[in-house]
Design a protein around this ligand. Structure first.
Ligand SMILES: [Mg+2]
Length: 263
C-alpha cells in the first residue's frame, strides 16, 4: 500500500542541520498556508507496525509465523502489485486478492488467497497506531489551518483507520486513491484534492508526506508546497524544491505554529 522510496543510508552527523542547510534557502518564508494535506501512512499512522500486525494475524490463522524472510517477500510482492495497479495493468479487485495469491504461492503456503486477503484487510483496518506526537500536534494545528488527508490505499481500510483513530472529524477533506481511481503521484490525484478543497491558491496548500516520489514530487509537480516527513533522516533526494524537511511531529508543529507566517 505504501511504496517505500528513498531507501538509503542515514546521514552521518546531525541530519537535521545538514538537511536544513539544503532546504531552507529554498523556503520563501512569507507564505501563510491555509490548508495542510497529510499523507496517511508513515505520517499519521505507523504503517510498518500496522502491516506487521495484519500480516502476523493472517499468517497465524493458517498456522504460520511471520519470519523476517516472509515479511520481506510480502513487501516485495505488495509493491509489485501496487505498481501494476498504478500502471492500470490490474484492477482494484484483482489487487486485493492477487497480491496474496502471489505471496502465498512464492512462500509455499497452502491457503485460500481470498480468505487470507480478507483476514489481512480486516486486521489492517483495525490497526490505527498513530505516529508519536501526531494527535496533540493536529489538535493544535486544526485551530489555525484547515486539514485534509491525501492517501493512497483502499477505501474501507483507510476510512476505518481514520475513524478508529478518532482523527476523522478533524479533516474537512479526505481523498483516498481507490475512491477516485487514481493514485499519487499522478497530477489528477492532487487536482481532485484541490477541487474538493474549493480550489485554494496552490501556494496556500502544504502537502506533508513521507514518500519523496508519491507525495513530494507529485505535489510539487502540481504547484503545491511540500514538507518532507523524514523521521529516519534519509538524504535529501535530487528533484523538486521542498519547502521544509522535518523529522518529527514536534518539529512540524513548532514550524507551523510558531515560525510560519499567520494568514
Ligand atoms: Mg506515506
Amino acid at each position: 500500500m505504501r511504496r517505500a522510496v528513498g531507501h538509503g543510508k542515514r546521514i552521518a552527523g546531525p541530519p537535521r542541520n545538514r538537511l536544513a542547510a539544503r532546504v531552507e534557502g529554498l523556503y520563501p518564508g512569507k507564505v501563510a498556508y491555509k490548508w495542510l494535506c497529510f499523507d496517511a501512512d508513515g505520517v499519521l499512522f505507523d504503517y510498518d507496525r500496522a502491516e506487521k500486525e495484519a500480516l502476523e494475524g493472517a499468517l497465524t490463522r493458517v498456522g504460520q509465523r511471520l519470519e523476517p524472510e516472509l515479511h520481506a517477500l510480502y513487501r516485495q510482492v505488495n509493491q509489485e502489485l501496487w505498481s501494476a495497479w498504478q500502471q492500470g495493468r490490474i484492477t482494484t479487485d484483482e489487487l486485493k486478492t492477487v497480491r496474496f495469491e502471489h505471496f502465498l504461492a512464492k512462500a509455499g503456503i497452502r491457503a485460500r488467497p481470498d480468505s487470507f486477503a480478507q483476514c489481512y484487510l480486516n486486521a489492517l483496518a483495525r490497526a490505527h497506531h498513530l505516529c508519536p506526537g501526531c494527535k496533540p500536534a493536529l489538535k493544535a494545528l486544526r485551530r489555525r489551518y484547515r486539514l485534509a488527508v491525501v492517501t493512497n490505499g483502499l477505501s474501507s481500510v483507510q476510512q476505518a483507520r481514520l475513524t478508529g483513530s478518532g482523527l476523522m472529524p478533524w479533516f474537512e477533506v479526505v481523498v483516498i486513491s481507490e475512491e477516485i481511481g487514481v493514485a499519487k503521484p499522478a497530477r489528477a490525484f492532487f487536482e481532485q484534492a484541490l477541487h474538493r478543497m474549493g480550489q485554494p491558491k496552490r501556494d496556500k496548500v502544504l502537502v506533508v508526506g513521507d514518500s519523496w516520489e508519491a507525495d513530494i514530487a507529485g505535489a510539487a509537480a502540481c504547484g503545491l508546497h511540500t514538507c518532507w516527513f523524514n523521521p529516519q533522516g534519509l538524504p535529501l533526494p535530487k528533484g523538486p524544491t521542498v519547502q521544509r524537511v522535518v523529522q518529527s511531529w514536534a518539529e512540524l508543529r513548532q514550524w507551523l505554529m510558531n515560525e510560519a507566517p499567520r494568514a
